[in-house]
Ligand binder design. Structure first.
Ligand code: KG4
Ligand code: ZN
Length: 333
């Protein structure tokens, strides 16, 4: 089954064709980052307008890259939430129009479920059960994936998402948006043990996260140094912040694997591109003896291939969604 998937939840316009949930025949991603960079973050209205301007062209390139025409497509899939409402609406309306005009079934996909399944397209042997650490700009969750249709959120952030904390710390250090990749790069030149930022674990045995404390710790440190006219080593700040965040993410993931008696961990979301997080999880997998999967960098940030994969495993073409489908900006998992 070939699914044409559309993703427009934030600032990437993406279209992919995925065969039988696993084989990515195309994955076109148009990123608006350069446009939003000028404003230090995503401007929702500008994001919607740019999706509108690009969507037809990206759908055409998605088909062309797969060397297919609309006739070859069996079903359509679209992200309907969570995300920016205006941005989501562009994809949802385009997908509904295509489904109506082509008389093909439409599958509605949860953006985070897409992230959770992104690694499936690259690792044929990977299948549930597994635990997924979702680390993105809008979400930080630990999810027990018992089966393709059985996902249980066991922990989530009570304040900032981890990507949001990266972006805010980066802004304070004067780095451009999006800050996550900038911190990642700068941290390589710094010492992660130079400054101790307090790790927030909340309840000892709990899986919830909190990153606003670590973020405020960094901001307070920078302000104090400035007030005292002392130098700030930005690379050390970046590395020390990153070490604090990664400690918590790794520890809670390993604890979840042990307590749920699982031996496979999957990493997903934009922050899954973080080199330190990837390395530390890889090291933990070796010492603790669990299987660890992380998508390639292109599949960590928003893309439609993950939506096509999730549509295949969670949708039902015999029961396509109604064309009254609407965008749901704060859709829960
Ligand atoms: O999943 P995503 O593309 O969008 C959401 O669904 O939120 O994630 C974007 C987030 C941004 O906060 C960005 O700074 C962060 O992922 N990010 C990174 C890295 N690459 C992207 N954070 C840390 N290290 C990276 N290498
Ligand atoms: Zn995302």
């Amino acid at each position: 089954m070939k699914i044409l998937a559309i993703e427009t939840s934030c600032d990437e316009t993406s279209v992919a064709v995925v065969e039988d949930g696993r084989k990515v025949l195309s994955n076109q991603i148009y990123s608006q980052i350069d446009i939003h960079k000028l404003y230090g973050g995503v401007v929702p209205e500008i994001a919607s307008r740019n999706h509108l301007e690009k969507i037809s062209q990206i759908v055409d390139s998605g088909l062309a890259e797969a060397n297919l025409s609309f006739d070859d497509i069996d079903a359509l899939a679209v992200t309907y939430g969570p995300g920016l409402v205006g941005a989501l609406l562009v994809g949802v309306n385009y997908a509904k129009t295509l489904a109506y005009a082509l008389k093909k079934p439409l599958i509605a996909v949860h953006h985070i479920v897409g992230h959770i399944f992104s690694a499936l397209t690259e690792y044929p042997e990977l299948k549930p059960p597994f635990i997924c650490l979702v680390a993105s700009g809008g979400h930080t969750q630990l999810v027990v994936v018992e089966d393709y249709h059985l996902l249980k959120v066991i922990g989530k952030t009570r304040d900032d998402a981890v990507g949001e904390a990266y972006d805010k710390v980066a802004r304070t250090l004067g780095l451009p948006y999006p800050g996550g990749p900038q911190i990642d790069k700068l941290a390589k030149k710094g010492d992660g043990s130079a400054i101790h930022f307090k790790r927030t674990y909340l309840e000892k045995d709990g899986y919830d996260f909190s990153f606003s404390g670590i973020k405020s710790g960094v901001l307070n440190y920078i302000n104090q140094q400035r007030q005292k006219d002392l130098a700030i080593n930005a690379a050390d700040v970046a590395a020390s912040f990153q070490e604090a965040v990664v400690d918590v993410l790794v520890d809670k993931s390993v604890m979840a694997l042990k307590n749920y008696n699982m031996n496979t961990l999957v990493l997903a979301g934009g922050v899954a591109a973080n080199s330190r997080l990837r390395d530390r999880l890889m090291a933990a997998a070796q010492t603790e003896g669990f299987n660890y999967y992380a998508p390639s960098l292109k599949l960590c940030t928003d893309n439609a291939a993950m939506i096509g994969c999730a549509a295949y495993y969670t949708g039902d073409v015999a029961k396509p969604v109604d064309l009254a489908l609407n965008a749901v900006p704060s859709l829960k998992l």
